[in-house]
Design a protein around this ligand. Structure first.
Ligand code: ADP
Ligand code: MG
Length: 705
């Protein structure tokens, strides 16, 4: 790309990107509110709201040619309709086409009008994911439209982007408003924030072209490449996003490290000794080493910014508790934040168990605490509680800590950087900033760690406590699903407990929940006599907790779950896990999930159900899972295998919530990102700020603080 002369950026008031979305034609208050829920407030937010994936409605597939696992568009005539009420309302619609095969459409959520419209003889054009059902091929909740008797099918000319969205805002409407925003895209050189000489040096193509391409891929676009996130347009955007991430972390670190923190050391260590004395085990050497590193940081007058990484089950919690004691002993408060309520409650349980005997009060604060209880909790937080545990509710307005000395964030990769920033912001009043300890179970190779956590120092717990029985893992084709269910039956009969994990990666929690509901119905029917629980992200916190409690108490034999149980859940008695569609998950996520079993002394098993035929990469991944339980080896292998990229799910499983970048897939960009980043921090502070504002938006406020 040719170098251009640097033009001064236009003042903000003429920058179309800064215009509020409400200024776009046809965008009324309801739409503004829906967009705000997605964090889309200005026109530029829409430019950078990038597709999750693409749908190919440019052709119609004959039912006979459908392949399981693929998304396809099918045209057919309704042959039979059945409304069932066995477990819950269900509408089954069989359609047939010229290929003389039948496809079943299944709906769990439908209204009467809908059911009445789908009569035999109706022509439909539907789009959805093809799966194996009890009666052959099926689609669960396809999108569809009715066609007139002789209406010709109009296929799309372009691939349709699928955007992350929110309830009440359909893809069509969202795409429409994004198109309106795209019409305001300024000329290339005004959009570009990376200086032209750096673009030239690193071969970065036009940002404008890249945006136009990803929002509206041309008719000849390569779906495969787009799905993999490897199209040059996507890579250009990924570069900029990684760069921004890097810049923001570096800035933040510098800003925080300039401040002062309370010295949390020099106590007599009585609390620590008491806690250790009361544990039924001794710390591993790795736990001791990491704990000492943390203690040393805490004793400084500069805020600690430390990441503790350690494999699933390596015992990070007790290391966190020891750090908390140092703060409490020095008369400061500790906040512990977990990404899910489920996990936060477990921490509450553990910390109360450990700290109550030492006379230390542990308060609870999460989203579900409301009304009076919330007010009371807030007052306690402000005044007295030594340790406060909760979810991101901890960051909400109104939570003011009196003497916050240490913030602990568990399972970091589930939090966006934004949230990490917001909590760090909490202790800002007055002079002192709290120390920060971040725990993650995602072992990441060093180069990646340097980028993902450019603001943190890293300690590793590279040893598991003794006496763990490794989980035996096998991979089984979904064709043998009934055998697997048999096996669960036998295990339950022996009093064992099992997880059944549904892993559909969908753009909405609703579709994921539906998949779990289908599996729940299936297992309930097959395992009569045993109680089967269901947990997914659409349930109310209270319901989730009730189900978790029942499973913990052994009242449920099987827990059917979405990947909500991925992090931190600790039910040592559960010793069997089945993961559906395991071929679609990345190694990191499979390892996390499997880490839910093998926690006690019981010999545990993990069954990786897969949908044949397996691609080469999927085959290798499943092989790795069978071969090893070692998180670090798995992480290395992951990087090696994912070099060429991953079809789906990488964005959801990435360590940070990126819009388009994937740290593993795009690792090859990191050296250049670091170089460009260094240069920009020094020479182009204004553009650096604008990049952060563009990609990270609201959180940028904290970075500048
Ligand atoms: P994670 O690192 O995944 O958060 P946890 O802190 O939940 O792991 O620890 C997993 C389990 O191992 C817990 O039941 C904990 O009590 C136990 N544990 C932690 N450290 C040790 C140790 N040194 N020896 C034996 N068991 C330990
Ligand atoms: Mg943990």
């Amino acid at each position: 790309m040719a170098a251009r002369t640097v033009r001064p950026a236009p003042p903000a008031d003429t920058d179309p990107g800064m215009v509020p979305v409400s200024a776009l034609p046809g965008v009324g208050p309801a739409l503004v509110a829906a967009l705000a829920r997605l964090g889309l407030e200005r026109v530029q937010d829409l430019w950078f709201h990038l597709p999750l994936r693409y749908e190919d409605k440019t052709r119609v597939t004959a039912i006979a040619d459908l392949r399981v696992g693929e998304r396809a568009q099918v045209e057919g005539v309704v042959e039979a309709v059945e409304r069932g009420f066995r477990y819950r309302p269900q509408l089954k619609v069989a359609i047939g086409d010229n290929s003389r095969q039948t496809l079943l459409l299944r709906f769990f959520h439908f209204n009467r009008a809908q059911a009445e419209q789908l009569l035999p003889g109706t022509r439909l054009l539907c789009y959805g994911e093809v799966r194996h059902g009890a009666q052959g091929l099926e689609m669960v909740h396809p999108t569809y439209q009715r066609l007139g008797g002789d209406e010709t099918v109009n296929v799309d000319e372009l691939l349709s982007p699928v955007y992350p969205t929110t309830e009440g805002l359909g893809q069509k409407r969202l795409a429409g408003v994004i198109a309106k925003a795209m019409a305001l895209l300024p000329p290339a050189e005004r959009l570009e924030l990376i200086p032209p000489e750096l673009c030239a040096e690193h071969g970065l193509t036009s940002l404008r072209d890249a945006l136009l391409y990803v929002h509206r891929p041309p008719p000849d676009a390569h779906l495969g490449q787009l799905m993999l996130g490897q199209h040059p347009a996507q890579q250009r955007l990924a570069f900029e996003e990684l760069l921004t991430q890097h810049l923001s972390l570096k800035r933040m670190r510098a800003a925080v490290r300039r401040r002062h923190a309370p010295k949390l050391g020099g106590g007599d260590g009585v609390l620590r000794a008491q806690l250790l004395g009361g544990l039924p085990f001794q710390l591993t050497a790795a736990q001791q080493r990491v704990s000492a590193e943390v203690a040393q940081d805490l004793a400084q007058a500069k805020p600690m910014l430390r990441l503790v990484q350690g494999d699933v089950g390596s015992g990070k919690t007790v290391v966190a508790a020891l750090a908390a004691l140092a703060a409490v002993e020095a008369g400061h408060q500790v906040a512990l934040m977990a990404p899910t309520e489920l996990l936060a409650e477990q921490h509450l349980h553990n910390f109360r168990h450990w700290l109550r005997p030492l006379g230390i009060e542990v308060a609870w604060l999460a989203g579900k605490v409301t009304g009076k209880a919330r007010k009371l909790a807030l007052e306690r937080v402000a005044a007295e509680a030594s340790v406060v545990i909760g979810t991101h509710a901890l960051m909400q307005e109104g939570v003011a800590f009196a003497r916050l000395g240490l913030v602990i964030v568990d399972e970091q990769h589930r939090f966006g950087v934004q949230q990490r920033l917001a909590l760090r912001d909490k202790g800002k009043d007055g002079e002192l900033v709290p120390h920060q300890l971040v725990l993650t179970a995602t072992p990441i190779p060093r180069t990646l760690a340097m980028s993902a956590y450019a603001d943190l120092d890293v300690s590793s717990i590279d040893e598991l406590p003794p006496g763990r029985t490794p989980v035996q893992t096998i991979a089984i084709s979904n064709a043998r699903r009934l055998e697997v269910i048999e096996r669960i039956h036998a295990a339950c009969a022996e009093g064992r407990q099992a997880y059944w994990v549904c892993t559909l990666i969908e753009e909405s929690e609703q579709l994921r929940a539906q998949a779990a509901e289908v599996a729940h119905a299936e297992l309930s029917a097959a395992l009569s006599g045993f109680r089967i629980g269901l947990i997914h992200g659409r349930m109310k916190p209270k319901e989730k907790q009730a189900v978790m409690d029942a499973f913990k108490a052994g009242e449920l034999a099987v827990l059917v779950a979405t990947t909500v149980i991925e992090v931190g859940v600790d039910v040592p008695r559960a010793s069997l896990m089945v993961i559906e569609n395991s071929e679609r998950l990345g190694l990191a996520q499979l390892h996390q999930l499997r880490g839910r079993v093998g926690r006690g002394a019981l010999a545990s098993n993990c069954v990786l159900l897969y949908q044949p035929p397996l691609g080469q990469l999927a085959r290798e991944r499943l092989q790795v899972m069978r071969d090893t339980n070692d998180g670090f080896r798995i992480a290395e292998k992951d990087l090696e295998l994912r070099g060429p990229g991953e079809v789906l799910g990488t964005r959801q499983t990435g360590q940070l919530s990126f819009r388009i970048a994937d740290l593993t897939r795009d690792a090859h960009l990191l050296p250049a990102v670091q170089q460009v980043g260094e240069h920009m921090l020094k020479e182009h502070p204004r553009q650096t700020g604008q990049l952060i504002e563009r990609w990270i938006g609201g959180a940028a406020r904290f970075v500048h603080a």
